[in-house]
Write a protein that binds this ligand. Structure first.
Ligand SMILES: [Zn+2]
Length: 234
């Protein structure tokens, strides 16, 4: 029984490591999500550029259709002019032709502008595709490293759990249960060292009687303030 605190300290080191490794394992899916989320902005940027490209192309198609029908209209005016007898009628058609030609020039200007948009959007989409591919490569590497780390952590966890089992097997079951109850409640440790008359965990000043008790290794002394098991290093 003399070294039960020492045994428990070894066990606690295992338990702390197991706790840390389990937390790391649990965090892996979230960390993976965070890494992969970096692709979102790149994917959205590319989709936006592709949308702009599509819109500009369909605008060009639409303008070309309008230009074609305006040219058809001019042809009809010319045919009508061949058949018309009156000078006024001829002039009126000539005016219509001029108006339609002006409309065509306007449409052609719009088409030119749309072609410039296509050119810019094509370049932009190319850039976005490139930066997405670059980010994808980095993300893939980071995810791969993270999954490899997960495997290492899994192996280390299994080793620690085996070691813990071996250490726990040598400890008095009554002390073991007490320790386990306290460890489950505390975030860091179940056992606190008495340091300069205070609890090493919660740093509250202990009574002289508690300090005397903490020296005994065959009884259990708990900190009045935080409930951890106290021990005094000899
Ligand atoms: Zn305490």
């Amino acid at each position: 029984m003399a070294n039960v605190i020492e045994q428990l300290l070894v066990l606690q080191t295992c338990d702390q490591e197991i706790r840390r490794l389990r937390k790391e394992m649990e965090d892996i899916p979230l960390r993976r999500q965070q890494i992969e989320a970096r692709l979102n902005a790149h994917q959205e940027g590319l989709a936006q550029a592709e949308r702009e490209l599509l819109e500009a192309r369909s605008r060009i198609k639409h303008l070309e259709g309008e230009i074609d029908s305006a040219r058809e209209q001019i042809k009809k005016y010319r045919d009508q002019q061949l058949q018309i007898k009156s000078n006024d009628g001829y002039k009126a058609l000539e005016k219509e032709v001029a108006v339609t030609q002006a409309a065509i020039r306007k449409l052609e200007d719009q088409e030119l502008a749309a072609m410039e948009v296509v050119e810019a959007a094509t370049a932009m989409a190319g850039q976005r595709r490139e930066s997405l591919a670059g980010e994808q490569k980095q993300v893939d590497e980071e995810v791969k490293a993270l999954l490899a780390r997960g495997e290492d952590v899994g192996g280390e966890l299994a080793r620690q759990e085996d070691e813990r089992k071996a250490v726990a097997a040598g400890i008095d079951p009554v002390w073991l249960r007490r320790y386990e109850r306290i460890f489950a409640k505390q975030r860091d440790a179940a056992i606190a060292r008495v340091e300069h008359g205070t609890c090493g965990s919660c740093h509250m000043k202990l009574s002289p009687a508690q300090i005397v008790d903490a020296r005994k290794t065959d009884t259990l002394t708990l900190c009045d303030f935080c409930g951890r098991m106290l021990y005094l290093a000899s």
